[in-house]
Design a protein around this ligand. Structure first.
Ligand code: OGA
Ligand code: CA
Ligand code: FE2
Length: 500
């Protein structure tokens, strides 16, 4: 795509190219002593055989890569946009057998940007007459930054439109609710204890409790909170900072909640302390909002229809002292989980519903006077371990206290966009499992206010459900049949977004 990229890639090739001669070296070095002519001849033969086998393997691998990627490209170019009824009619066999993923992959695949390496810059063309630079910030998650994505005027318009519409509290103070689920599941205290006891040592460490329930009814628990609760409820009888099964049994199910509620909750103790609103970006929306949507489509290179059918633009305002603790924008996906955006197409009602946001594009609408960075606590970490997020009372997910210990922080700069993938690829051109490294949050704003906007691109990891959903919402009005079957049409269904 860019000149830059080409030169950089050329550099990258050299070391791996050199390594192809390496397999020849070790046997020579491992053979000490005098060399007779027989020995060196037989050795030469062995080396040559080895060399040939190696070359044949490399060629076979190249063929494999070539054919698998070219068939992927064919798919993409045949119908880069969303699946349509036409495809399924052309291939009746896909109805007879339960359609498996590989079969569907022939219809559509999603483009995924190349990160190349941290710091790599690629030039992207998003608006006529202007070239933007897109810098790779991390590979895990795959995360990019594009300065000047929005002009100052565009930032102003988005903030004004949001104010005109009115922003609401992102999180209400406290809702009851988690108890219901526990009651429904009807778990015995021993069973709950067992679930919480990650290291199975028969004791509950603070870390284990926090890993499972940092959030109780929207309240963010810190290690100190938990100690206070233990003291207030006299839960930790032997005062060793651990809960035994006996101590745990004596606690009623809602003891923690009741304690917290009695004591009162401050906004700073919530998971999220901000206000937000949603701005519709379809036909008839303000020109700037429509243009931003087009630009996002060009930037991410996902099919138009997917962007059109995604959530509206979310505009968020943090006051001084505002924050958003680390979270995933998108939930993990299990077979029994349904995505909120495709629930229309889900066959059964499932108890678990989650947001399926393949990509997050986050825009900074102003430069913040102090704090307010977006933190990625485990970006490019060697490993991901949920339990290790709390070590020695340092909770890396706590963006009020520990943003400075995050692996990566992005300073809010007016007009800059960052975007990342919340899911890995499934290796066949579709959405795979959740990328745990995409954990992120908004650090506390220490001075001034902070305005951001989020554009989420919703894709169901279950290809069939996404396809069914798109067919459902794109049922064309009779007279416009042909047009609508090419998936570049601008289908707008604002009614699916409850928030509007
Ligand atoms: C979000 C979010 C980060 C930030 O709104 O989902 O993660 O920097 N925001 O405000
Ligand atoms: Ca334990
Ligand atoms: Fe987020």
């Amino acid at each position: 795509m860019t000149d830059n990229q080409e030169t950089v890639e050329a550099e990258d090739v050299t070391p791996s190219g050199r390594s192809s001669t390496l397999p020849l070296r070790p046997p020579c070095e491992r053979l000490p002593g005098p060399k007779t002519s027989v020995c060196s001849r037989s050795y030469f033969v062995v080396v040559m055989v080895f060399f040939h086998v190696y070359i044949v393997n490399v060629i076979a691998l190249l063929f494999y890569v070539h054919y698998s990627s070219s068939s992927g490209q064919e798919d993409a170019s045949r119908s880069l946009d969303a699946p349509s009824g036409v495809h399924h009619q052309q291939r009746p066999e896909s109805r007879r057998t339960p359609p498996s993923k590989p079969e569907f992959m022939r219809d559509v695949s999603l483009t995924r940007m190349e990160g190349v390496r941290v710091g790599h810059v690629q030039k992207v063309s998003l608006v006529p007459g202007k070239v933007h630079e897109m810098r790779t910030l991390s590979l895990k998650p795959l995360l990019f930054e594009i300065p000047g994505f929005l002009s100052d005027d565009e930032c102003r318009v988005v903030m004004q439109l949001a104010q005109l519409k009115g922003l609401m509290e992102s999180q209400l103070m406290v809702q009851e609710g988690q108890e219901e689920l526990a009651k429904e599941l009807n778990l015995r205290p021993e069973e709950i204890f067992n679930l919480l006891d990650i290291n199975q040592d028969g004791q509950l460490q603070l870390q284990e409790i926090l890993t499972h329930s940092r959030v109780r009814d929207g309240i963010w628990l810190t290690p100190e909170n938990l100690r206070e609760i233990y003291a207030g409820l006299k839960a930790d009888k032997d005062d060793n900072g651990l809960l035994s099964l006996e101590e745990f049994r004596l606690l009623s199910n809602d003891a923690f909640q009741r304690f917290l509620l009695q004591r009162g909750v401050k906004r700073s103790q919530l998971v999220r302390n901000s206000r937000h609103t949603w701005l519709y970006q379809g036909k008839g929306a303000h020109r700037v909002l429509q243009e931003i949507k087009e630009r996002v489509t060009r930037l991410t290179r996902v099919p138009h229809t997917l962007v059109d059918l995604s959530e509206p633009l979310q505009v968020v305002r943090y006051e001084e002292g505002g924050h958003y603790h680390a979270h995933h924008d998108s939930g993990p996906v299990y077979p029994e989980t349904a995505c909120s955006h495709t629930r229309l197409a889900a066959n059964t009602s499932t108890p678990f519903e989650t947001s399926c946001r393949y990509i997050t594009v986050l825009f900074y609408l102003n430069s913040v006077d102090g704090g307010g960075e977006t933190a990625f606590p485990v970006a490019d970490n060697r490993t991901y371990d949920e339990v290790c997020l709390i070590q020695n009372d340092v909770d890396l997910m706590d963006t009020r206290r520990n943003c400075d210990k995050s692996n990566l922080r992005v300073r809010p700069t007016k007009g800059t966009a960052v975007f990342w993938y919340n899911y890995l690829s499934d290796g066949r051109g579709w959405v795979g499992v959740q990328d745990e490294y995409a954990l992120h949050g908004g650090c506390v704003v220490t001075r001034g206010t902070k305005w951001i906007a989020n554009k989420w691109i919703n894709v169901d990891p279950d290809y069939q459900r996404q396809a069914r959903y798109q067919q459902l919402v794109s049922q064309p009005p009779e007279e416009e049949n042909d047009e609508d079957l090419t998936m570049n049409t601008h289908i707008q269904k604002p009614s699916i977004h409850q928030d509007l």
